[in-house]
Design a protein around this ligand. Structure first.
Ligand code: GAL
Length: 687
């Protein structure tokens, strides 16, 4: 096996940037050579070169191949793989190989298996059958990671540690006895005393008062609603314990290989609720994300843009790695979608436009056996004479042509707030309606700004908001005093701040802020709601005023009163609340304003209101374009060069005003760029 022979250009004691040895953007995918015979492995590297692949994730599910029986280690295949990749100039995100324990481990130690809320045990035979809090599993996982670091820490192909895989993907909540014990320890640390725990959980209700920490359980299946604060704290604890598992492995790798950066692949999207990735990100040397579009969503490219903008928000604006997506269909949705011509290229470059410096797929070669054999890959079952392979090669060329965008950043003047505890809180049971899905509320506003061509950062409500002219906080049900003050400070500094219904209702313990809704934002917005009026299935009301003309709204209305100085922008035309305020606006200092939207407007109403507030905030589109044409810029550090990405999701050619050099098709652009139907153009502009 190869050891590093050339002198290091980097300070060996500092963490090396993950992309230090790459010429431009990274391109590749999960590479699982353990599934293939030698002849195929040899062909793999040849094909990787043909496609322009320069970065692969290796050994994610390698544990049982490396250690088929306890203590019996077979490194030959991985040694060879690492050397062969290095010889081909391909860098490696090397996994800790811990993503799924080998069968002998769970047989020997069944106590490491996780459990559901009804105490069903999750057995081996699939993957990820381990409890992250179990000390026995932790010990074995650390031992495996240490072996990887000791064996490959100095290998010249190693660029990045890939810790485990999608931690919490299948088991975001573990209700085992070990997890219960860890939950109690977490609660002791959070609350210090039982009195504090009892107060926070409101246990005077329903005879729930605890006399000992030992009586506390995770929210197991119960006759009726579990205590909401117990549920919320279990969500927090679970996210923290999954992160703690990552951190332990990361610390070990740092100790053994201080120069190698570490990450794990997150699942930032509107679908993954389990982990508070804003709190995870500071522990990663580079943020890596996996994203899959949903077949049933005709606007999946908008959800993709949202995920990318939120991944950038999680990364604090830094470039990030798209660690997985799919070349075509996946295998795990009810009816999977084969990508249309151009869709994979648009998907990939939309991630790059929004800050990705790497485009990777699950997986390199489509498996012949196992549960994912019908999941697309870069090399499909049918081989090279296929659409998928030609598109894989085409994407490689495109990424080569875009090498110069690496390291550049997206700048946004608009922000949408997203908060995991607010998500957990908003969707608790025993609420005014069970029909509310927090990410849908956020996505509705995101969609309106996407349609308007406005570039948005998706950030947590406690983020530095000083750079934004427009800040939207949809359904921020649970909010801390500090975060509420942060939003108010933005409005007082001149930003246009929009808060929507069922926001500011509870504190971090899920206790209602008394005196009228939306508690934490009453003063900022200059409103007081006395009662919620939720609507039944198919029930709608009409809203008129300002940009709204008999706009339809559903799900939620409120009996809202305005304070002096607050203007009623729009009111209900009909229903129980006819004539009362539905949208309000309070001017703040420095030309800012605070808007309240007390109902759920339909798409057209949300779009009209979004354009009005963007106009008030003087937030402009990246570049005006026809509906369905996405425009975003990445900027060089000195602000003198920008790369305008124009992604045409429509069936017609589109025009965008810009001048500069087009990098994908090549050629100078003087005033008008033509973006052919279904494809992407990227123009280097001088500013
Ligand atoms: C991810 C996972 C990969 C693969 C992929 C399929 O969740 O990390 O290993 O299973 O999904 O879409």
């Amino acid at each position: 096996m190869r050891r590093r022979t050339t002198p290091e250009a980097f300070d060996p004691t500092a963490v090396r940037p993950w992309s230090a040895r790459l010429p431009g953007l990274a391109y590749g995918g999960d590479y699982n050579p353990e599934q293939w015979p030698q002849a195929t492995r040899l062909e793999d590297v040849e094909l990787m070169r043909k496609a322009g692949v320069n970065f692969v994730s290796v050994a994610i599910f390698g544990w049982a191949t490396i250690e088929p029986r306890e203590g019996e280690l077979d490194w030959a295949w991985l040694d060879e793989t690492m050397d062969r990749l290095h010889d081909a100039g391909i860098q490696v995100a090397l996994a800790t190989a811990t993503a799924s324990p080998p069968p002998w481990l769970t047989r020997k130690h069944p106590e490491i298996l996780p459990r559901l809320a009804d105490e069903t045990v999750l057995h081996q035979g699939g993957r990820q059958a381990y409890s992250v809090t179990h000390p026995v599993h932790r010990e074995y996982a650390l031992r495996m990671a240490a072996r990887m670091a000791e064996r490959y820490g100095e290998h010249p192909a190693l660029a990045l540690w890939h810790v485990d895989n999608e931690i919490g993907c299948h088991v975001p909540r573990d209700y085992s006895d070990t997890a219960a014990g860890a939950f109690r320890d977490w609660l002791r640390a959070r609350y210090g005393t039982l009195d504090a725990l009892n107060a926070a959980w409101g246990t005077a209700f329903w005879s729930q008062r605890y006399g000992s920490f030992d009586d506390v359980l995770p929210p197991l299946v119960a006759p009726t609603y579990a205590n909401p604060t117990q549920q919320l704290d279990f969500d927090r604890f679970s996210s923290d314990s999954l992160l703690d598992y990552y951190r332990d492995l990361r610390d070990l790798l740092r100790e053994l290989t201080p120069h190698v950066p570490t990450t794990t692949n997150l699942m930032v999207s509107s679908a993954t609720k389990g982990m508070d990735y804003f709190s995870w990100a500071p522990e990663l040397d580079v943020v890596a994300n996996d994203h899959y579009t949903a077949a049933e969503n005709p606007d999946r490219h908008v959800e993709l843009a949202f995920s990318a903008d939120m991944t950038r928000g999680v990364a604090g604006g830094d470039p990030w790695i798209l660690m997985e997506h799919s070349t075509s269909a996946v295998n795990w949705q009810p009816r999977n979608h084969t990508k249309t011509p151009g869709e994979m290229l648009r998907n990939s470059l939309a991630h790059v436009a929004r800050g990705a410096d790497a485009v990777m797929f699950f997986q390199w070669r489509q498996s012949a056996a196992g549960a994912e054999k019908y999941h697309s890959a870069m090399v499909p079952h049918a081989g090279q004479d296929t659409d998928v392979w030609r598109r894989t090669v085409e994407l490689g060329r495109a990424l080569e042509a875009l090498a110069e965008v690496r390291g550049s950043r997206v700048e946004a003047r608009a922000a949408i707030c997203f908060d995991y505890p607010a998500w957990w809180g908003a969707e608790l049971d025993s609420h005014p309606t069970q029909a509310l899905r927090y990410p849908d509320e956020v996505l509705a506003w995101y969609r309106a700004l996407w349609d308007a061509g406005v570039t948005v950062d998706v950030v947590r409500p406690g983020a530095d908001l000083s750079g934004y002219r427009l800040v939207i906080a949809p359904t921020l049900y649970l909010v801390t005093d500090a975060d509420a003050a942060n939003l108010a400070a933005a409005a007082d500094a001149g930003a246009t701040v929009v808060v929507t219904y069922f926001s500011g209702i509870v504190d971090e313990h899920d206790h209602v802020r008394l005196g009228g809704y939306p508690g934490a934002f009453r003063e900022l917005l200059g409103v007081r709601t006395e009662e919620f009026y939720t609507l039944q299935v198919d029930e709608t009301v009409r809203v008129s005023g300002g940009p709204l003309d008999a706009s339809s709204a559903d799900l939620w209305t409120e009996k809202t009163h305005v304070s002096p100085g607050t203007e009623v922008v729009a009111s209900y035309d009909d229903g129980q609340l006819a004539g009362l305020p539905a949208v309000t606006r309070r001017p703040t200092t420095a030309g800012g304003s605070a808007w309240y939207v007390a109902t759920r407007l339909d798409g057209a109403g949300t779009a009209a209101l979004a354009r009005t507030v963007a106009g008030a905030a003087q937030v402009l589109p990246a570049e005006a374009a026809a509906d369905g044409v996405e425009t975003v810029r990445r900027w060089s550090a000195d602000g003198r060069t920008a790369w305008l990405f124009a992604i045409n999701h429509t069936a017609d050619d589109a025009k965008v005003a810009t001048s500069g050099v087009e990098l994908l098709a090549g050629g100078d652009v003087d005033g008008t760029l033509v973006v052919p139907a279904g494809t992407v153009r990227v123009v280097r502009e001088a500013h």
